[in-house]
Design a protein around this ligand. Structure first.
Ligand SMILES: [Zn+2]
Length: 102
């Protein structure tokens, strides 16, 4: 517990990730043992202001896989097409290891 904005979770049961990498203050990615593609955490602005007892977990970090995306390059990270999280509308590309807002 205690996953505040500065510490995205990397050790949740079933979501233990390695090489957690920061793209922006709000977006991190890491690698699950059994997944070829990275799994992302984003700080979901749609959850800001939601009472703690209404949330699945504390803080606003939301996990999402990218299995539908093409892993163009792992290092530096490059995924196509763009990533869109419908929960809050966060949308952009990851190319050359950088987040590019759409
Ligand atoms: Zn979101």
């Amino acid at each position: 517990m205690g996953h505040d904005r500065g510490t995205p979770p990397s050790d949740w049961p079933g979501l233990e990730m390695v090489d957690m990498t920061k793209l922006t203050d709000d977006i991190y990615f890491g690698w699950l043992a059994k997944e070829t593609n990275p799994t992302f955490w984003h700080w979901c602005k749609a959850l800001e202001g939601v009472p703690e007892d209404k949330k699945v977990h504390d803080g606003c970090w939301v996990a999402a896989g990218t299995s539908a995306h093409t892993l163009v390059s792992r290092e530096p990270l490059h995924l196509e097409p763009s990533l869109l999280w419908r929960c809050c509308g966060l949308h952009g590309w990851v190319r050359d290891g950088q987040w590019i807002n759409a």
